[in-house]
Ligand binder design. Structure first.
Ligand SMILES: [Zn+2]
Length: 335
């Protein structure tokens, strides 16, 4: 099959052919109709992280049609329209069964630890599929997985409650936009920051009560702060915590080392919470919310063959929401 491939790490993506083989036991082959970009696509090029196996297919988000199932798979059949939960796990161990699949020994992310979806097909665990929510375009269906799952688990880990004040730092990225929409839906008073005036306007449209420029002394007190930028925004995020506030972090794009003022932490009874991806239950709940109208923000759709152009848009950080590849040009090439 055709795929975008990373042949060396660090390196750059090239179009090539790769044979994923038939799906093994408990696995399903999905013909990808749309796949979305994530910052992982950029980091892989830099060799951070280095793929376990080369060549590596990038792509952490996908929606498509089941084309073949391995032995023991009874829940899916060829022709089913599905969305892939990129938080892979075995689905059968004690941790997976206890809603802790993010701690499964086989846990990993499609497009980081496992081959990704910027290809004709991708082979995934059967447990990682959900039905495509009705009413969503293929591009929307491919856009909520990684960022929505990450944001939803962050808000759960931070125990966000209705009526609390949520600050989303950097609302322009996929996780930030989803955190704004989810926070508003959960009944929180949502404040958002972004460097860009147009992105602040979009955050208001997603349900933020107020949108502020990034980097200002915010002079506010939030019960929960969602931050995916790391050291670049750390000080401002800590200062914005109300007494008893919870700061939840999922990324370090702006740097991974920070200084922690311990007296401030314990006297103010703050919590600093790490979070990554989410569980099968959380993906099912997120999908139900998306089916029920939770907004999915698609920034732009690019033909599969124009992946470099899509990467450039993500790299320029001009997007609001997800940058998506439509695989219709691949399908046209096959017919
Ligand atoms: Zn497991």
């Amino acid at each position: 099959m055709q795929a975008w491939l990373l042949q060396s790490s660090p390196g750059d993506y090239t179009r090539g052919e790769i044979d994923p083989g038939p799906p093994g036991p408990g696995r399903v082959s999905v013909r990808v109709v749309a796949s979305a970009l994530n910052h992982m696509d950029l980091w892989l090029r830099l060799g951070m992280p280095k793929p376990r196996v080369l060549p590596m297919v990038p792509g952490c988000d996908a929606a498509g049609v089941v084309e073949a199932v391995g032995t023991g798979v009874s829940s899916w059949a060829p022709g089913d329209e599905v969305v892939v939960n990129p938080s892979f796990a075995c689905g059968g161990c004690a941790r997976c069964l206890a809603d802790k699949s993010v701690h499964c020994p086989e846990w990993g992310i499609m497009g980081e630890h496992y081959p990704g979806a910027h290809a004709e097909s991708v082979v995934v665990p059967a447990a990682n599929l959900v039905r495509r929510p009705p009413g969503l375009s293929w591009e929307e269906a491919a856009s909520y997985g990684l960022c929505g799952l990450t944001a939803y688990r962050m808000l759960e880990r931070a125990r966000l409650r209705s009526g609390e004040r949520l600050l989303v730092v950097g609302a322009g990225g996929g996780v930030g936009a989803m955190a704004v929409a989810l926070g508003a839906r959960m009944g929180a008073e949502v404040l958002a920051t972004s460097r860009s005036a147009s992105k602040r306007q979009r955050a208001l449209e997603l349900g933020a009560r107020e949108a502020l420029p990034t980097g200002e002394d915010l002079r506010l007190q939030a019960d929960v702060v969602v931050d995916s930028a790391g050291s670049a925004t750390w000080q401002g995020s800590v200062r914005a915590l109300a007494p008893g506030g919870r700061l939840v972090l999922c990324g370090a794009t702006g740097g991974g080392r920070v200084e922690l003022n311990l007296p401030r932490l314990f006297f103010s009874q703050h919590e600093v919470i790490g979070s990554t991806m989410g569980t099968f239950r959380q993906f099912a709940e997120l999908t139900a919310m998306v089916a029920d109208g939770l907004p999915v923000v698609v920034d732009s759709v690019h033909a599969w063959s124009r992946y470099p152009e899509a990467l450039a848009r993500l790299e320029a950080a001009e997007q609001f929401g997800k940058v998506v590849l439509s695989h219709s040009d691949l399908a046209a090439g096959r017919s």
